[in-house]
Design a protein. Structure first.
Length: 368
């Protein structure tokens, strides 16, 4: 890149000019992340040393840009490492905006889910595009599958296999979303369902959910999706105190049935140490009685209800009818899903879960 140069060199800090402006790097950080063959395994990029093995006082003895790469010599051990400018750009921590590098929150207007035709599921480029969409948008649709009550052809497990194995739960490997006489879950009724994320009571929470439509609803049963990341960011802007309340308290979720008693505590809005939103866990049906201190209960409920009302804003609700032969794949810790109106009792979907790593771990591993 033009302008890539060393701006200042101190024993413990190196300042370089990058595309987005000057960036400072600590000597110990650069040494810990050294890219030379003595420090990293060339095949998997794992460190060949432990941080405890570094000298007590790591310093930079010399630094220069050579052929577009940053060459750094360290003291007192004399290690030398070369850093690509692209790598430094990707990992700069000085003056970097804290946001997800891959997720792009969306509004309902104009949103068009990415589609992967089943006939192209063996095409590496098509699979890569679908995987990218799952991480970027939180969802994608696989179409061209079989429909009807008696499935003949690719199953939902085959669709999951594009990314990884099905995660079995107490509902089985594949669960059936249709009206049941004695349902163990309200999803197995024709009732309308408010938007929610699935299984917040489970550890770990299922990362991605698949819903394959076999029989569509003649009336009602419209699918409603909300990008929880967009909703969380809207709350952060409009009511920072409410955002902090939901991000700062872990609340209990619980489900009992079929001989299981599943419990987990999590924040409704989960953030990392930089306040970047990592996940949204919202399922009022499965929320156990909240148990924060007395003095915080009223404030929490005010924040919780504010967020719940926000989730019903029309600009956030993406509505569509999932048709027979279509499979919706979505991030279960980002995309809230529900159904609008009393659905036809004949409506029949099959569902399953896969763990997050099978999707997120493939970003960058597949061809563009």
């Amino acid at each position: 890149m033009t302008g890539f140069t060393v701006l200042a060199l101190e024993a413990d800090v190196l300042t370089v000019e990058l595309a987005d402006g000057p960036a400072r790097f600590h000597a110990v950080w650069l040494r810990d992340n050294a890219r030379d063959d003595a420090s990293r395994d060339a095949a998997n990029e794992q460190r060949l040393f432990d941080v405890s093995e570094l000298p007590d006082e790591v310093a930079i003895a010399a630094a220069e840009v050579v052929d577009g790469h940053l060459r750094v010599e360290f003291a007192p051990d004399g290690a030398v490492s070369t850093f690509d400018v692209e790598w430094l750009e990707a990992h700069r921590y000085d003056g970097r905006e804290c946001r997800s590098p891959v997720a792009v929150p969306w509004l309902a207007a104009g949103f068009d889910p990415h589609r992967l035709a089943w006939s192209r599921q063996d095409d590496p480029g098509a699979r890569s595009a679908a995987t990218t969409a799952l991480v970027r948008d939180g969802l994608a649709i696989v179409d061209g599958l079989a429909g009807g009550s008696n499935v003949v052809g690719p199953s939902i497990s085959d669709v999951a296999g594009i990314w990884g194995p099905v995660r079995e739960t107490n509902y089985g490997e594949v669960f059936h979303v249709r009206a049941e006489t004695d349902p163990v879950n309200l999803a197995y009724t024709p009732r309308a369902l408010n938007v929610h994320t699935d299984n917040p009571y489970r550890r770990p929470v299922p990362g991605f959910q698949l819903l394959h439509c076999l029989v569509a609803s003649g009336t009602g049963g419209v699918t409603v999706l909300v990008d929880g990341f967009r909703a969380a960011e809207s709350l952060r802007v409009e009511d920072p105190a409410a955002f902090d309340m939901l991000a700062g308290h872990r609340v209990p979720f619980r489900w009992r049935g079929d001989g299981f008693d599943l419990r987990r505590r999590s924040a409704v809005i989960e953030v990392d140490d930089r306040r970047v939103v990592l996940a949204v866990h919202y399922n009022n049906r499965s929320a156990a009685p909240f148990d924060m201190p007395y003095d915080e209960m009223s404030g929490f409920y005010e924040a919780y209800r504010t967020f719940a009302r926000l989730l019903h804003r029309s600009e956030l609700e993406f509505r569509f009818t999932l048709l027979p032969g279509e499979c919706l794949v979505f991030d279960n810790e980002r995309i809230l899903h529900g159904r609008e109106g009393q659905s036809d009792p004949e409506r029949y979907l099959q569902g399953c879960y896969i763990d997050r790593d099978w999707v997120h771990g493939r970003v960058g591993a597949l061809p563009d």
